[in-house]
Design a protein around this ligand. Structure first.
Ligand SMILES: [Zn+2]
Length: 158
């Protein structure tokens, strides 16, 4: 299968999911707003955070196979961002590190054309490089511990 065949379906699923998070998620607390700003998000007031039992993925066996082949940790995913919608697994994993990571993905959506445009770029990069080596994931991991405005922060260090 190719991504192109499934892209419309994935996009529709993700837009639906984003809408649900935006409608039912909570606005960020003061400290979470700071973390989102640290990760580069401009419109921090638009972010909503939803606590979930587990992070769901489209229920299609070809897509699941593709995701696994790319190294996506489907069963152990602790959080995910779709546009301004962030969902995190509620079993004690609301760590600052996780939130910084997911907020960085929000920044990536925000600065790369929103869900339609960014999601396609993101998925293509995961297919090309693998999940862990995707430049978008590497960028998000770099922001897990340090704020963007930290003077000691060197964004392009490996
Ligand atoms: Zn990530």
């Amino acid at each position: 299968m190719t991504l192109d065949e499934y892209l419309p379906e994935i996009l529709a699923w993700c837009k639906h999911r984003e809408q649900l998070i935006l409608e039912t998620g909570l606005p960020l607390t003061e400290s979470q707003l700071v973390l989102a700003g640290d990760s580069g998000v401009k419109d921090t007031d638009r972010v909503r955070l939803l606590s979930v039992e587990r992070v769901l993925f489209p229920d299609d066996k070809h897509l699941v196979e593709l995701a696994r082949a790319c190294g996506m940790p489907l069963d152990s995913t602790a959080g995910r961002a779709i546009g301004y919608g962030v969902e995190v697994v509620h079993s004690g994993t609301h760590s600052e590190r996780l939130l910084r990571h997911e907020f960085r993905h929000v920044y990536q959506y925000e600065s790369n054309g929103g869900v339609e445009v960014f999601l396609e770029m993101y998925l293509r990069s995961v297919i090309e490089h693998g999940y862990l080596q995707s430049p978008w994931e590497q960028d998000a991991r770099r922001y897990e511990h340090v704020a963007a405005n930290d003077p000691g922060f060197l964004p392009h260090q490996p």
